[in-house]
Design a protein around this ligand. Structure first.
Ligand code: NAP
Length: 247
């Protein structure tokens, strides 16, 4: 995959899946914008590691749930690199609980970051992409957005919403050289799953046909596939990378 001369913006790229995606795109030659919300040191480390591939990296602090901040981030990134060719909507959180114990705040927070955050980034980055009539937008959904999961009504709603937005925006932008796709990870080893109780972990593991958790790099490979110039005839798709969980 050759992404030389292109610029990728990856949200939540300081750690976990976002970091692996940024590194993969950098290894293919793309300059990268490393977005973070709180983890400044981790973001700087990702940027440094990306630069070791001979590309340029820029860290930008921004809460993706705030449209004004996203507008500023996109302006800064485009000012620095001259445009954005690839957007990876990766930033996300969980606030799990059974519905009777889930507060309105926990519901709203997850929707604000996981769903509205994707909308904010899609809106402001696609404005730039429309001008250059080229773009690749890839959002990280989840197996939970496809199958649902007890204790995650907020998270599953946000991730199913990402799939709906992906399909709608794919139709809006298909004739403009811009593709819009999603990757739906299963259970991946990151901080997000690191805090799971042993019992829940074992229950989840038993539902994975491959028999093991995935790695952030597995997701990065799928994102990179959609990011390439050669994937231009693929849009509105959701690629499950989950060891067979969604089957
Ligand atoms: P993670 O290690 O907890 O990383 C989450 C990332 O999101 C962090 O870099 C964090 O940045 C960023 N973030 C959170 N709130 C943000 C905000 N308001 N604005 C900007 N960035 C924000 O989790 P992960 O497992 O890598 O998850 C990455 C994505 O994959 C998420 O969308 C998640 O839902 C999805 N996913 C994960 C799994 C899994 O099993 N791990 C499965 C399916 C889907 P800061 O640290 O700077 O706040």
């Amino acid at each position: 995959m050759d992404l030389k001369g292109q610029t990728a913006l990856v949200t939540g790229a300081g750690k976990g899946i976002g970091r692996a995606v940024a590194l993969k795109l950098a290894s293919c030659g793309a300059d990268v914008v490393i977005n973070y919300a709180g983890s400044e040191e981790a973001a700087k480390k990702t940027a440094q590691d990306c630069e070791s591939f001979g590309v340029k990296a820029l860290c930008i602090k921004c809460d993706v749930s705030d449209e004004k901040q996203v507008e500023e981030m996109v302006k800064e990134a485009a000012g620095h690199f001259g445009g954005i060719d690839i957007l990876v909507n990766n930033a996300g959180i969980t606030k799990d609980n059974i519905i009777l114990r889930m507060s309105e705040q926990d519901f709203d927070d997850v929707i604000a970051i996981n769903l509205k955050g994707v909308f904010n980034c899609m809106k402001h980055v696609s404005k730039l992409m429309l001008k250059s009539r080229y773009g690749r937008i890839i959002s990280i959904s989840s197996v939970v957005g496809i199958r649902g999961n007890a204790g995650q009504v907020n998270y599953s709603a946000s991730k199913a919403g990402v799939i709906g937005m992906t399909k709608s925006l794919a139709k809006e932008l298909a004739s403009k050289g811009i593709t819009v796709n999603a990757v739906a990870p299963g259970m991946i080893e990151t901080d997000m799953t690191g805090g799971m109780k042993q019992e829940a972990r074992e229950r989840m593991l038993s539902s994975i046909p491959c028999g093991s958790m995935g790695k952030a790099e597995d997701i990065a490979e799928a994102v990179c596939f959609f990011a390439g110039k050669k994937s231009g005839y693929i849009t509105g798709q959701v690629l499950s990378v989950d060891g067979g969980m969604a089957v």
